[in-house]
Design a protein around this ligand. Structure first.
Ligand code: SF4
Length: 377
């Protein structure tokens, strides 16, 4: 029997646009938001057309979902409950920016059904936050975590970004220490990618800020993971650590060959070997749903080989790695016979480890994950 699916809801609004951002988002507009919410509810309520589907996670991502009012979040959760068989012990995550919350607002989100808050903190150094054109300060981020605890959240995650312009190893570790001091339940560590057309790129050129050398980025990653190990966090994925029982159940679906349905502009879905993507532009999305049509623009049925490749590729992101026998029997192939010769050099170099039918990346191997994973593509 398939595991319950995850439901992803995209909220494409932000109070300001960060200079490095490459997500599908735009500036907040109250009228547009109202029309978007109507479309979202309509899409979700029509979303179970493949038959009643069990789901056990809902993830509000963005954009800045915490720009939606608690009653708007409740309305969307209600639509999910009408369209899907949503488990009682669900995980409902809201991505939030520290400047957009108060204790009262967080309390109201909790009453609306949110069980987990994920704050986009990025850095605990004000100078770095200004460089990234973020609207909050380190103190506001600290206060937001306290407000979430006071509001009763026992599942709080923080996002941090490393390899920031002009960031040194010790600057990065200052943010890691500051995060640990707040005792979040979960942390995601991302590497900043500066896109060619990002305004940050011009600002970096003008201010002569550069990113540290590649080997320093690797050192940042390894040092942070060691520090988090020592603080009692368990790394469970290349970029994610958590306290026991606080791994992101929703994100695990992406890495364990699960099903998920995405709602809203630009959202992706995968179900029973089919994959589709909604139209990215907010207005187009609203128009399509209003006309009663599908918001999906790119629908593909994956071949057996593509599904196998994806299961291996995403599964290796987990520190538990992949169970070669389980994946093999699911897809009817001998995985080692198919890929073993290409994987052997990585085993010999200590980037991969094999124990019985488990294959996993070592921490050093995680730095080269993309090279290893090319074997499956
Ligand atoms: S808050 Fe997040 S989604 Fe919005 S502009 Fe900044 S980085 Fe992009």
């Amino acid at each position: 029997m398939r595991e319950p699916a995850g439901l992803y809801v995209h909220v494409p609004f932000c109070a300001a646009i960060c200079n490095y951002c490459n997500f599908n988002r735009g500036l907040f507009d109250g009228g547009l938001k109202a029309r978007y919410l109507d479309a979202l509810v309509a899409e979700i309520e029509g979303g179970a057309d493949g038959g009643p589907l069990a789901a056990d996670t809902i993830f509000f991502g963005g954009g800045t979902p915490s720009l939606l009012e608690p009653e708007e979040i409740a309305r969307i959760i209600g639509a999910c409950e009408r369209a899907f068989d949503v488990a009682e012990d669900r995980e409902v995550t809201l991505e939030a920016n520290p400047e957009s919350v108060t204790e009262a607002r967080l309390r109201a989100y909790r009453a609306a059904g949110v069980t987990r808050v994920s704050f986009g903190v990025q850095s605990f150094r004000d100078e770095e936050l200004r460089r990234l054109s973020r609207l909050h300060t380190a103190d506001r981020a600290r206060a937001a975590v306290g407000e979430a605890r006071a509001a009763g959240f026992d599942n709080v995650s923080l996002d941090l970004m490393m390899w920031l312009p002009a960031q040194r190893l010790e600057d990065w570790l200052e943010s890691v220490e500051a995060a640990i001091a707040l005792a979040p339940d979960h942390l995601s560590l991302y590497l900043l990618e500066v896109y060619p057309n990002a305004p940050l790129k011009d600002e970096m050129a003008r201010a002569r800020w550069s990113q540290a050398a590649d080997e320093d980025a690797a050192a940042m990653y390894l040092a942070a993971m060691e520090r988090l190990d020592a603080a009692g966090y368990l790394q469970y994925e290349i970029s994610n650590v958590a306290r026991a029982d606080r791994r992101s159940r929703h994100n695990l679906k992406y890495w364990t060959d699960g099903d998920w349905l995405g709602f809203g502009c630009g959202a992706h879905s995968t179900r029973d070997g089919a994959r589709w993507k909604n139209v990215a532009a907010t207005d187009d999305y609203i128009d399509r749903v209003r006309r009663g049509g599908s918001a999906a623009v790119d629908v593909r049925r994956l071949s057996a080989d593509e599904r196998l490749g994806d299961a291996l590729f995403t599964g290796l992101r987990l520190t538990d790695g992949i169970d070669l026998d389980a994946v093999g029997s699911r897809y009817g192939v001998d995985v080692w016979r198919r890929f073993g010769a290409d994987l052997d050099p990585f085993l010999e170099a200590g980037h991969l480890e094999r124990a019985g039918s488990r294959l996993r990346l070592t921490r050093q191997g995680m730095l080269l994950a993309n090279e290893v994973m090319m074997v499956f593509v």
